[in-house]
Design a protein around this ligand. Structure first.
Ligand code: 4NP
Length: 158
């Protein structure tokens, strides 16, 4: 085991698993790889509307612009097994957090948080849903996610 070994597995959770959480998954995987950290990363939606679907084309394009390929990801819905698999379950907004809590077992070894909790002064703040927005909204969301993921990597490294 190397010095950079962290036994963390991170699950990002949004509503549809086609916009925000796949971008978070891609950003996190890229950042972990760059940092030489062995972290298992995945994403899901609390809803089942997009099971089996690729990410939204605007999410794919935005990630691609930043050198991250998320085109192979497919939508999946939060399942009971996820609470046994992941050490960190990270909600993108408050509605997602409510959806997670509604499904979560009373006890478990997972840590629940909101993604922006890792950013000073943004604790509890949501990453807004860009689904009904445009490319600019996707870019703004990418920037928020990318910043938070960098901070999350630092936190997991400690
Ligand atoms: P996401 O965005 O939760 O960031 O993946 C959404 C995608 C699809 C829908 C809602 C939000 N939808 O209602 O289909």
């Amino acid at each position: 085991m190397g010095e950079n070994q962290v036994k963390a597995s991170v699950l990002f959770v949004c509503l549809g698993n086609i916009c925000r959480s796949p971008m978070a998954e891609g950003a996190m995987r890229a950042a972990a790889e760059k940092a030489g950290l062995d972290i298992h990363v995945d994403s899901v939606g609390t809803a089942g509307y997009h099971i089996g679907d690729p990410p939204d084309p605007r999410a794919i394009a935005t990630a691609q612009k930043h050198g991250v390929d998320i085109s192979q990801l497919r939508g999946r819905q939060l399942s009971d097994a996820d609470f046994r698999t992941f050490t960190h379950i990270v909600a993108l907004d408050k509605g997602n957090m409510a959806g997670i809590k509604a499904r979560a077992p009373r006890q478990g070894d997972f840590k629940l948080s909101m993604l922006l909790d890792v950013l000073e002064g943004q604790q509890g703040e949501p990453v807004p849903d860009p689904y009904y927005g445009d490319a600019r909204d996707f870019e703004e969301v990418w920037q928020m996610i990318d910043q938070a993921v960098a901070a999350l990597i630092e936190e997991l490294r400690d």
